[in-house]
Design a protein around this ligand. Structure first.
Ligand SMILES: [Zn+2]
Length: 434
């Protein structure tokens, strides 16, 4: 009888004892339920990530705000602790919090960060840096070096320039183009730093129009190389992949651009799935840090119009700047809107609101243009005023989805707080925060 009980005990205990070896943590920045829904409507197809076998709902508030920014949200996802908006890898009192990535490194595993934004931007930074403010880019780049992250792929070259000699000394191979990325492996006993833009990578929707985008790899390309690079890690790995510009397009209420960013993030998820399904030791968790711009469709929304847009609002603003040599004229503004936003008539009010943005940043002008386009297409969103002001520039407190695949995936179901996700990963991998 005793042996039977031992056998039952072993049978019950066995599944939870085998630690998950590899974790691929994928974050669509600003990708709420509606960002996925809108992308599916505009693409007229189901996204792959919605077919992952397990799904749940995640609440995202930060320690000091109902509406989180990316720094506090990524800190919650990386450390299992809530913090104040703008803070990275630190609690509200300013003390450093250990991150999942740091704990994986201490356990002898390898680690990687992949993003379409600057590598010093809030989401990747929260996994391997500690800063009182998310804008401390040089400090964040120093932390990425200090933590010896084995593979770093993304933008932000200008923040790394002063540190490149140190990265080289620490055995990093440094590359700057998609072509180099394609041919860099195998890399024996070296780390890899890929810096593909001085700041953030460009939008996928503009790939054909922008000739210098040939140098930039897509998110799925970077994900594929990162997985090949990490595959042979003797003790397993932790890889964070961020679709960082879903959020940027959300802030610009640019739904056509956002859709293409969600689609490329979906390709990256598919790449991760192709890797994980061949093995039984790799967990994929796909989620978002928060929702951006409270986006939605109503009956009046002009979906065919949105489907017809071929370039981003940022691209239109850049072209307008080039064409008008610094000051947007009524004529050049009208031409851009007719050619690229496909408007047959443009009101004086519309051209004037854009002309006022002549001397603002491309992003700030794109926010105004995106809002004008969204208004014409009857898109529901947060107000332009709220985007231009506000602590998070237009994020919402809406819950976000989580999808998962692989060993332990079933634990990411039901309703949870964002801090529960790293705790579950820690439990499944036997890599403790303590
Ligand atoms: Zn944002």
């Amino acid at each position: 009888m005793r042996y039977i009980w031992i056998a039952v005990f072993l049978f019950l205990e066995a599944p939870s004892q085998a630690a998950v070896r590899n974790v691929i943590f994928m974050i669509g920045d600003g990708m709420g339920f509606n960002q996925i829904h809108i992308a599916q409507e505009l693409l007229e197809k189901k996204l792959f990530l919605t077919t992952l076998p397990v799904s749940g709902i995640v609440f995202t508030s930060s320690a000091n705000n109902r509406v989180t920014d990316s720094a506090a949200a990524a800190t919650a996802l990386a450390t299992a602790h809530k913090t104040n908006n703008q803070r990275l890898g630190k609690n509200p009192e300013g003390q450093d919090l250990p991150t999942l990535l740091e704990k994986f490194k201490k356990a002898g595993k390898r680690a990687g960060l992949v993003t379409t934004t600057s590598l010093t931007d809030a989401t990747p930074a929260a996994f391997a840096a500690h800063a009182m403010h998310r804008k401390e880019h040089l400090l964040i780049a120093q932390w990425l070096l200090k933590n010896q992250v084995d593979i770093l792929l993304g933008g932000g070259r200008k923040y790394f320039l002063p540190l490149l000699p140190q990265f080289k000394k620490q055995n990093y191979e440094i590359i700057t183009s998609a072509q180099e990325l394609s041919h860099i492996l195998p890399l024996k006993n070296k780390k890899l730093l890929g810096l593909f833009h001085k700041e953030h990578l460009n939008y996928e929707i503009d790939r054909e129009e922008l000739s210098d985008m040939k140098e930039e790899p897509s998110l799925s390309h970077m994900t594929r190389i990162a997985l090949q690079f990490l595959e042979d890690s003797p003790k397993g790995f932790f890889l964070m992949v961020e679709g960082g510009k879903i959020d940027f397009a959300g802030h610009e209420i640019d739904l056509a651009t956002m859709t293409r960013e969600v689609l490329e993030f979906d390709h990256a998820v598919q790449t991760a799935y192709a890797f994980a399904k061949k093995r039984k030791d790799t967990l994929i968790v796909v989620t978002a840090d928060h929702e951006t711009a409270a986006l939605g469709f109503v009956e009046a929304t002009d979906i065919p119009y949105l489907q017809g847009l071929q370039v981003s609002s940022q691209y239109m603003i850049q072209k307008l700047q080039k064409d008008s040599e610094g000051k947007f004229t009524e004529e050049s503004t009208k031409t851009i809107l007719k050619d690229h936003a496909h408007w047959s008539k443009v009101t004086k009010e519309e051209t004037e609101s854009l002309q006022e943005m002549s001397h603002d940043s491309i992003h700030d002008a794109a926010v105004v243009l995106g809002s004008l386009i969204a208004k014409r297409a009857e898109v529901v969103s947060t107000s332009l005023k709220m985007i231009q002001a506000g602590n998070t520039h237009g994020h919402s407190s809406a819950p976000v989805p989580v999808f998962s695949f692989g060993p332990g995936a079933q634990t990411f179901t039901g309703t949870m707080d964002n801090t529960a996700i790293p705790l579950k990963i820690s439990k499944l991998t036997h890599v403790s925060f303590h």
